[in-house]
Design a protein around this ligand. Structure first.
Ligand SMILES: [Zn+2]
Length: 127
């Protein structure tokens, strides 16, 4: 039984193993973010996912992803009825439309799961 204030869930062994493998490989980097246990890692990933879903749900009716290549993401802003280019400048996303490093378009870019993965894998930073 989990201790008071905690609940346990059951997942397939393959799911557990996959998460545990990634946790083990990234243990040092995670410790620097304050994640010091496997349970802490799973909690951190769940919170990250919920935050991304929340941001995506906020923007999704307004914006659509059009395409992505090595150094830019093209979006359609339905509210403005415009095509928006977010380019990667000096390792950070920059909105060519707003001429800003931080705007709803960039928030939306980070909330698209595969775009997030691709940018994160290339070391692109959030401003
Ligand atoms: Zn913008």
């Amino acid at each position: 039984m989990p201790k008071p204030g905690f609940k346990s869930i059951t997942v397939a062994e393959q799911v557990y193993d996959k998460f545990h493998e990634i946790y083990s490989e990234n243990r040092i980097a995670l410790a620097m973010k304050g994640v010091n246990s496997f349970a802490g890692y799973v909690t951190y990933k769940m919170e990250e996912m919920m935050e991304k879903d929340r941001v995506f749900a906020k923007y999704a009716p307004r914006m659509e992803r059009v395409s992505m290549d090595d150094d830019r993401v093209i979006l359609k802003d339905n509210a403005q009825d415009r095509i928006i280019e977010v380019s990667i400048e000096e390792g950070e996303p920059y909105c060519q439309f707003c001429e800003k490093w931080d705007c709803p378009h960039i928030g939306f870019v980070w909330s698209i799961p595969d775009v997030y993965e691709a940018l994160d894998a290339r070391g692109v930073k959030k401003h």
